[in-house]
Design a protein around this ligand. Structure first.
Ligand SMILES: NC(=O)c1ccc[n+]([C@@H]2O[C@H](COP(=O)([O-])OP(=O)(O)OC[C@H]3O[C@@H](n4cnc5c(N)ncnc54)[C@H](O)[C@@H]3O)[C@@H](O)[C@H]2O)c1
Length: 249
């Protein structure tokens, strides 16, 4: 029987690429995002390539929404044993201008969201004696001007990941984090707009600082997630893999 994966925030960007890659790896994929209708493009791409996918509307920061979504996936697609906590937002500002709403909003989607999703799927993984949790961190975890909220959340994702690995390892469940550098998505396009630089120039400037001399693409993250989700990655747990075109701390 096919294994089932849930990819949060997979209507677009990195999540969409991860969902498509996992579907091509042979998993049934729940494409979860805020609104079921926005999941259609990812679901259609998977189905037209011969894969299996289900659109699920849910807010990862809301407990009841998460519980209902995971139950629906288990019933309609099969017990989820692969979880990619990818949903994310930015609310950038310098500390002195950052509002409590901007702080809480970022914490809620990344940390509360990853906690609620992981808690909701863990029983399925424990029952199966197999599970893979992959959390999206970021190079911003190492510190990034204008992102005190996001940086704290992404550093938090790393501690969360390591503790999941320790608690769930004996049940056949691994937990790892991917920390992407600059990836070309709507999130980085919005950052360029916020700082008043055209996206092409913004990407060029970023690429000049990256050892492999290019910015990342969502597929770069999807390929790493595919490895971490695989059976063969069962002895890799509690790790943070920087996928940034060069070394990071
Ligand atoms: N793009 C980058 O350079 C980069 C770098 C490092 C880390 N990341 C991380 O990778 C992940 C994906 O980033 P992206 O660039 O594809 O972003 P994106 O903005 O293109 O996509 C994020 C998706 O998450 C969804 N989402 C937001 N809040 C949600 C919620 N409460 N519940 C469910 N879905 C929600 C959005 O609707 C959207 O479809 C994020 O966690 C981000 O922080 C991105």
């Amino acid at each position: 029987m096919k294994k089932t994966a849930i990819v949060t925030g997979s209507a677009r960007g990195i999540g969409a690429a991860v969902a498509k890659k996992l579907a091509s790896d042979g998993y049934a994929v729940a494409v979860l995002d805020l609104d079921e209708s926005v999941c259609a493009a990812t679901v259609d791409a998977i189905v037209s390539a011969g894969g299996q996918a289900l659109a699920v509307g849910a807010n990862v920061a809301e407990e009841a929404s998460v519980v209902a979504a995971v139950e629906r996936v288990a019933t309609e697609l099969g017990a989820p044993t692969i979880l990619i906590n990818n949903a994310g937002i930015t609310r950038d500002n310098l500390l002195f201008k950052m509002t409590v709403e901007d702080w809480d909003g970022v914490m809620n989607v990344h940390l509360r969201g990853a906690f609620l999703m992981s808690r909701a799927v863990q029983q399925h993984m424990v029952d199966a004696g197999f599970g893979r949790i992959v959390n999206l961190s970021s190079t911003s975890a190492l510190g990034n001007r204008g992102q005190v909220n996001y940086s704290a959340a992404k550093a938090g994702m790393q501690g969360f990941t390591k503790t999941l690995a320790i608690e769930l390892g004996k049940f056949g469940v691994t937990a790892n984090a991917i920390a992407p550098g600059f990836i070309e998505t709507e999130m980085t396009a919005a950052t360029a707009e916020r700082v008043g630089v055209g996206f092409e120039d913004f990407k060029k400037a970023a690429a000049s600082q990256i050892p492999v001399n290019r910015v990342g693409q969502p597929e770069d993250i999807a390929n790493t997630a595919s490895f971490l989700a695989s059976e063969g990655a069962g002895f890799v747990s509690g790790q943070v893999i920087y996928v940034a075109g060069g070394p990071k701390d």
